[in-house]
Write a protein that binds this ligand. Structure first.
Ligand code: GLC
Length: 559
């Protein structure tokens, strides 16, 4: 537990910035054309030519540093046929020529480390691409060396067209099984047919994957975001799910005990590395109690995403419940929480919350104020919304294009992308002539400037960085109020450096002084339309509509 604590301590107050490489920035189109061996006569391909690259990420690391983020997580950059835009991996130890090569990756990693930014890769162990050499070999014959690396079942002789069980796949309608004509068996895929599930009960799979982790750890990466980690251990009998669950993709249901020994082994494996890599898992089970098990006894995941807030409306009652759940579930097992409002799989929270900038600002204060490691999805710091994608431009089989709209770097026609007159792979995020990095960096009242102030204070404030959390009664239920600082005793004694976070989810002014004793200063305020507070001035006990603040004691400042 002690080692686990040390490795985790750095990450507890950290802000991790998720980059979706296709959508971040295109900087080196000629390098791409050369890597893909595309000649002058190659037909234009929007999805290929208009995607971002690793060089684009490298050149914008100063933006990440100025934002104050501690680490980046890169969605998959490995060679892939891109059926699921990289979450279908054809080679775990390479870089897709679309994005760059290992040299560009090493340069990006070195430049990130020079800025004290850690780098997490997205590791996709539940499934490979159907074009991965392992699967290509597996499907060649029933006796192939890699046959058992995947999950195969015989057809039912009485009803050969019926899949082996009632599991549903994610993305589109259909079973989690595809019949392989050549070898006459079904193979399992919780996602697309192009993403066959690996069989983690086969020891060679575990060993091969440990080799993959070592490959990247030897290059110096700081850890992994693990895709669909709760999928690794499947029930050996592969029984039907109850009818009531048969319409839910099985990827949101699998929760089998056999995953835990796998995780303990992987954790022990990475713990041997001097950089003490982080393992943060996508446990897409939504229920905090179920997710908590994946932390083990400090010997499985360091962190697991807490996704419930991505399904919460803009409501004080709802977010209070989320906080209560997390504190009650993770607290007793000493598991450190995470907070995620947006990612590459869900509509951006500004869009989910109705689109107003005021709400996006309040959400910024909320996310940076909470107890736990914060994951920001690139573009969130600009207050971006989803783009509405016309049908003819839609490309994602899961309907997630809107939140993957390219990041606008400036107000020019190509928004800082080296497009050379061609189109980006998806239309830019809305209002890109005003909501872009260059514009917002010049404007103290921008959403970007707000995130910068929030993150900067989070770094200075030990209360906010890794302090405890105590919910407060602030009167109206649409006002969420909590205190951050050292243990309950210190709270009662007005402990040094304590801070209070207040979020008014209602669209009317609210008095909130009942929850507070003594004078407080507004350290950071969401501002925006109708704001009633001014930063660095005494808090007058009222919040404007949908306004949020972080307060500190006047005499002590932050520590
Ligand atoms: C995870 C990823 C998602 C991907 C899926 C299959 O949920 O976040 O983008 O499509 O796994 O790999």
């Amino acid at each position: 537990m002690t080692g686990a604590r040390e490795a985790l301590a750095w990450w507890q107050g950290a802000v991790v910035y998720q980059i979706y490489p296709r959508s971040y920035c295109l900087a080196d189109p000629s390098g791409r054309r050369a890597r893909l061996a595309l000649g002058a006569g190659s037909p234009p391909d929007r999805v290929r030519d208009g995607a971002g690259d690793l060089e684009g990420i490298r050149r914008h690391l100063d933006h990440v540093a100025e934002l104050g983020a501690d680490a980046i997580w890169l969605s998959p950059i490995y060679p892939s046929p891109m059926a699921d835009f990289g979450y279908d991996v054809a080679d775990y130890c390479g870089i897709d020529p679309l994005f760059g090569d290992l040299d560009t990756f090493d340069a990006l990693l070195a430049d990130a480390h020079d800025r004290s930014i850690r780098v997490l890769l997205d590791w996709v162990p539940n499934h490979t691409s159907d074009r991965h050499p392992w699967f290509e070999d597996a499907r060649r014959s029933r006796t192939s060396a890699h046959r058992d690396w995947y999950v195969w079942r015989d057809p039912d002789p009485l009803d050969p067209a019926r899949p082996p069980n009632n599991w549903k796949r994610a993305f589109g309608e259909g079973p989690a099984w595809t019949f392989d004509e050549l070898t006459g068996q079904w193979y399992l895929h919780l996602f697309l047919p192009e993403q066959p599930d690996l069989n983690w009960a086969t020891p060679e799979v575990v060993e091969a994957m440990e080799g993959v982790l070592d490959f990247w750890l030897a290059r110096g990466v700081d850890g992994f975001r693990i895709d669909v980690v709760h999928g690794l251990g499947k029930p050996p009998e592969l029984d039907d799910v109850p009818d009531a669950q048969a319409d839910i993709p099985y990827s949101a249901l699998n929760d089998h005990d056999s995953t835990h020994p796998i995780l303990r082994r992987l954790r022990a494996h990475v713990d041997r590395w001097p950089q003490q890599p982080l393992l943060v898992g996508e446990v897409f089970l939504i229920d905090a109690g179920k997710v908590a098990k994946y932390y083990g006894n400090g010997d499985e995941l360091h962190l697991a995403f807490n996704f419930a807030p991505m399904f919460s409306p803009f409501s004080g009652v709802s977010f209070r419940r989320r906080l209560e759940e997390i504190e009650a579930t993770l607290g007793p097992v000493d598991a450190w929480p995470t907070w995620v409002l947006s990612n590459h799989d869900r509509p951006r929270h500004r869009t989910r919350f109705g689109g107003s900038e005021r709400r996006a600002r309040a959400a910024a204060v909320l996310s940076i104020g909470m107890r736990g490691t914060v994951f920001l999805y690139a573009g969130e710091e600009l207050g971006l919304e989803d783009t509405e994608i016309p049908d003819e431009l839609a490309v994602d089989p899961g309907g997630r294009d809107g939140c993957r709209a390219p990041i606008p770097w400036d107000a020019s026609a190509e928004h800082g992308w080296a497009l050379g007159g061609s189109e980006a792979w998806l239309p830019f995020a809305p209002n890109a002539t005003t909501l872009n990095v260059a514009n917002e960096a010049r404007d103290d009242s921008s959403v970007l400037a707000l995130y910068q102030r929030l993150i900067e204070f989070r770094r200075r404030s030990s209360a906010l960085f890794d302090g405890d959390l105590q919910l407060l009664e602030a009167g109206p239920e649409e006002v969420l109020a909590f205190r951050r600082g050292r243990r309950e005793k210190a709270f009662a004694e007005a402990g040094e450096g304590e801070v209070v976070v207040l979020v008014n989810f209602s669209d009317v002014e609210q008095p909130v002084d009942e929850a507070l004793s003594g004078p407080w200063v507004v350290e950071v305020g969401s501002g925006g339309e109708g704001s009633l507070t001014t930063e660095h001035e005494l808090f007058a006990g009222r919040l404007g509509p949908e306004e949020a603040v972080i307060l500190r004691r006047p005499d002590r400042g932050a520590r």
